[in-house]
Design a binder for this molecule. Structure first.
Ligand code: SAH
Ligand code: F3S
Length: 479
């Protein structure tokens, strides 16, 4: 049976020592689970703690402080993190009694003080909007108290914090542009754990991107739970935009404008973004992507289900037909665009007929990639409160296998379209299978591997003629 996600389990893992500040003597071990924004948040946390005397380490045994940046999106993610906490505690008891342990991110926000009460193994609980308070909280911990801050903010975007790049290849970096989500999909815990939506000052985004370019980075991914909903009107919550002054409203910067500004300011930087909610993706964004050669021709456009009835129960605010119209527009305005999805099987009341609609939507779109999940009820969400989780687990799993199998076929067909073409690849590492080969991605986010010739290096843009496609990789040679 295919694995749960076709392409990759969204990255997780520990930070390696990548940047040290001279004079810092304390050691921070930080581990991140879940979405790309959590990876970037950990980089923000490392920056906040660098000013408090901490450098990162990859050794649990020697860490003064262990932080785990957590994910609540599915029950499985939370179970994995609980196991990690047990592991940290075993190391604390057996080898490193001075170690302090903290929980960051969505699970911290969801469980709050319960963490301190139930899990005696935790000293510190910090929600996603409270990382600036870490220095104070750590002082409380060193005074022997438990410390917690899970306040959500209307303003916080960490716009002025320059992240310490962890696990970096020196080529690609994340830049967060919005925080929180106002969409309230009925299955999703994110609006509760990350709060209301707010956007970051475009100037600070361009400054960070320029700084990355000056440091040799060649690709940035603009991140938001809902990137297309970006709206800067001088600060504050998106939902308060209608109360802003006429001038603020007239000079507001939306996502299409932001893309245009970043792509124009850094014409050689590759620009990616994630995630697009179909409900918030407007045609002007598609025109911005089409206009700039440095904006990658790739859109991650989660659909969750192909059935209008289920989409309505999920509160996705669009129908199957509206989604198809958007797909048709993408194909027309950006003909060579790759499209990927997130899909959930077995949401409340999903019938075999609904599932078939998902399969037929996949056949229509022929997605390049996909991230697929069985529905996992999350406490506190509207679905958990109001809708019975009534599709048996075996049925969720069987449907999941069916969509994964279909996606694998489509991924192969979509990759094969590149055979015979010459594509531009940004070299971002060495092939895992063969150290004499480079790996990188093309604009459409397909992974390409090719033999080294000795004349190119990490971070170069090169032209590769594609000769073959395996299940998830293109193989080629330099031209
Ligand atoms: N906007 C976010 C998406 C939220 S979480 C982003 O930037 O990625 C990512 C995906 O997890 C969702 O698109 C959805 O497919 C899946 N997901 C969210 N809640 C879930 C749940 N309760 N059960 C199963 N999958 C879920
Ligand atoms: Fe979750 Fe829907 Fe927002 S999936 S992150 S509530 S767009």
């Amino acid at each position: 049976m295919a694995s749960e996600h076709v392409i990759e389990e969204k990255k997780q893992g520990q930070a390696l020592v990548t940047q040290t500040k001279e004079g810092n003597t304390k050691k921070l071990f930080i581990e991140s689970y879940g979405c790309q924004m959590n990876m970037n948040d950990s980089e923000i946390v490392a920056a906040v703690l660098a000013t408090e005397g901490y450098n990162t380490t990859n050794s649990l045994e020697e860490a003064d402080l262990v932080l785990v940046n957590t994910c609540s999106i599915r029950e499985k993610a939370e179970l994995t993190i609980r196991k990690r906490l047990q592991k940290y505690n075993r190391v604390r008891i057996d080898q490193n009694p001075k170690m302090k342990i903290g929980v960051l991110g969505c699970m911290a926000e969801r469980l709050k003080v319960k963490f301190l009460e139930e899990e005696k193994m935790v000293d510190l609980v910090v929600g996603p909007d409270a990382y600036r308070d870490l220095p104070n909280l750590l002082r409380e911990v060193s005074d022997g108290k438990d410390a917690i801050n899970v306040l959500l903010s209307k303003e916080e975007t960490y716009g002025d914090v320059s992240p310490v790049r962890l696990n970096s290849n020196g080529v690609s970096a994340f830049v967060t542009i919005t925080r929180g989500c106002d969409n309230m999909c009925t299955f999703c815990v994110v609006p509760f754990t990350r709060g209301r939506e707010r956007s970051r000052d475009p100037k600070s985004i361009i400054d960070e991107a320029t700084d990355l370019w000056n440091k040799g980075y060649k690709e940035i991914t603009l991140l938001g739970q809902n990137a297309d909903s970006y709206l800067w009107y001088g600060g504050g919550l998106k939902k308060d935009f209608s109360k802003a002054s006429e001038i603020a409203q007239a000079t507001a910067v939306d996502f299409a404008k932001l893309l245009d500004m970043v792509a124009t300011a850094l014409p050689k930087m590759r620009i990616r973004f994630a995630t697009s909610n179909p409900h918030d993706m407007h045609e002007n964004v598609l025109h911005a992507i089409a206009k700039h050669t440095n904006i990658c021709k790739y859109i991650h456009l989660p659909v969750q289900s192909g059935s209008t009835r289920i989409l309505e129960k999920m509160n996705r605010q669009h129908t199957r037909e509206e989604y198809i119209t958007l797909i048709d527009k993408i194909r027309k305005i950006i003909p060579d665009c790759s499209i990927s999805h997130d899909l959930i099987t077995g949401f409340c009341t999903e019938t075999e007929a609904d599932h078939k609609e998902t399969l037929s939507l996949m056949d229509y779109v022929k997605y390049d990639f996909g991230f697929m999940f069985a529905y996992s009820e999350r406490p506190g969400t509207l679905a958990a409160k109001k809708m019975p989780d009534d599709v048996p687990l075996e049925v969720k799993k069987r449907r999941l296998t069916e969509i994964i199998d279909k996606q694998m076929k489509h991924s192969k067909i979509r990759l094969e379209r590149f055979i015979g073409q010459t594509v531009e690849v940004l070299i971002d590492g060495i092939s895992k299978k063969n150290k004499n080969e480079w790996k990188g991605r093309n604009s459409q986010n397909a992974v390409v591997v090719f033999p080294k010739t000795g004349n190119e290096k990490l971070g170069d843009f090169v032209q590769v003629k594609v000769t073959k496609a395996t299940a998830a990789t293109l193989i080629g040679k330099l031209v």
